[in-house]
Design a binder for this molecule. Structure first.
Ligand code: PMP
Ligand code: GLN
Length: 383
């Protein structure tokens, strides 16, 4: 985790956001919205601060938020979650993932299976937990795994199958046969399924399907999500994890020594958000989908080959036809050339698999329409 001169290496997101500020570029790198989310949610946080909700909340989370998460899982997915024993609030999905992996890994032989490319914290946390990362590649186009390759990657040492759906960075939503195979393999090898569903409300081709709703899954699945993407509050860092009570107790045991608790006044505000009418959630997905279409159109006009996403903040595009066969090099010069910052997929890929994704670039679509239109003008000038 340290760079060769011993300094803490910045994450790719911090590095690229700094490049955007330095060059005055439009930042389509790090995934965060440039607009505030629902007024009711923001107002609820202000009210909570005024009402004195400023001290440590309970270790599991504010009871009202635990109840709201349980109601939300029932309303959208028909999942039963006991708010007293089967869910805890965390400092974002990041802490939920970290505490879960630290809690479940007990031997250096343990393996965590992920799909590659993968979100940057996964490999770091697997390393911190002292386990082995095993990655199954997602295939271009479509970014689905090959089911035989998936089956071949699971073995008696597989402790966790970690599935991010909808997927960052590729924008894939995994098909029912992929999800069913994950459940089958987890049962066969007695592995725990850990899901990262932070983009659950940003699926464009139909409702999101949590793995925990599949037959034989709930009793071995820890479902993780957070408020950041759903309510455009990425800086609040309110997340949660739910699943069987015994697993949640294990995660809580670790979590209490990571942060103990966090975000007291944001917790009731997120509860308000989770109780917003269905139309809020549907509109958020529809608006983001339109932004992806705008961005995708601009990228095509500039000469990129676009992989339209099925969910999440990001559109992936192949820059090879624009001389970007090495997308990492392409992204380093893009701020100066076009005034736009984007992230090469190589940032989400292990050294061994770099060549499979070499020309691919990730662009964030979660920006105001006028910002995307200006980015479109700048990108079109590239072609
Ligand atoms: N998982 C994925 C796939 C993400 O894209 C992100 C964040 N942006 C996170 C986890 C982290 O979520 P949080 O900010 O709630 O910690
Ligand atoms: N999840 C965001 C992304 O993928 C960034 C989060 C971060 O900066 N760690 O861009």
């Amino acid at each position: 985790l340290l760079s060769s001169d011993g300094r803490v290496a910045p994450t790719i997101f911090a590095e690229m956001s700094a490049a955007a500020v330095r060059t005055g570029s439009i930042n389509l790198g790090q995934g965060f919205p440039d607009e505030d989310g629902p007024a009711e949610v923001l107002e609820a946080a202000r009210e909570a601060i005024s009402a004195g909700v400023n001290q440590y909340p309970p270790g599991r989370g504010a009871p009202d938020l635990l109840a709201a998460i349980s109601e939300h899982q029932q309303r959208f997915y028909g999942l039963e979650v006991d708010p007293a024993t089967e869910v805890i609030v965390t400092a974002g999905a990041t802490e939920a993932l970290t505490a879960t992996l630290l809690a479940l890994i007990d031997s250096p032989e343990d393996e965590v299976l992920v799909f590659e490319p993968y979100y940057d914290s996964y490999a770091a946390v697997v390393a911190l937990a002292g386990a082995r990362l095993r990655a199954v590649p997602l295939r271009v186009p479509g970014f689905q795994p090959d089911l035989d390759e998936l089956a071949a990657a699971v073995n008696d040492n597989t402790r966790i199958i970690l599935v991010n759906d909808p997927h960052n960075p590729t924008g894939a939503v995994f098909g029912p046969e992929v999800l069913a195979e994950v459940v089958r393999l987890a049962n066969r090898y007695d592995a725990t399924i850990v899901t990262d569903e932070v983009y659950e409300h940003l699926a464009f081709d139909g409702p999101h399907v949590p793995i925990a709703t599949l037959p034989g899954a709930a009793e071995r699945t820890l479902t993780i999500s957070s408020a950041g993407k759903t309510f455009s509050t990425t800086g609040w860092k309110i997340g949660w994890v739910h699943g069987p009570a015994a697993l949640i107790s294990a995660v809580l045991t670790v979590k209490q020594f990571l942060t103990y608790v966090s975000g007291a006044p944001f917790q009731p505000a997120v509860a308000v958000g989770l109780r917003l009418p269905d139309s809020y959630f549907a509109d958020a997905a529809a608006q983001l989908s339109r932004k992806h279409e705008l961005l995708g159109g601009a990228l095509r006009a500039a000469g990129f080959e676009v992989h339209s996403p099925q969910g999440g903040y990001f559109t992936v595009a192949d820059a090879t036809a624009l001389g970007g066969a090495d997308a990492a090099a392409f992204c380093r010069t893009l701020p100066e050339r076009a005034g736009v910052v984007a992230i090469p997929l190589s940032a989400f890929v292990s050294p061994e698999r770099q060549s499979s994704y070499a020309g691919l670039v990730r662009f964030a679509a979660c920006k105001r329409v006028e910002v995307l239109e200006e980015a479109a003008r700048r990108l079109t000038a590239l072609g």
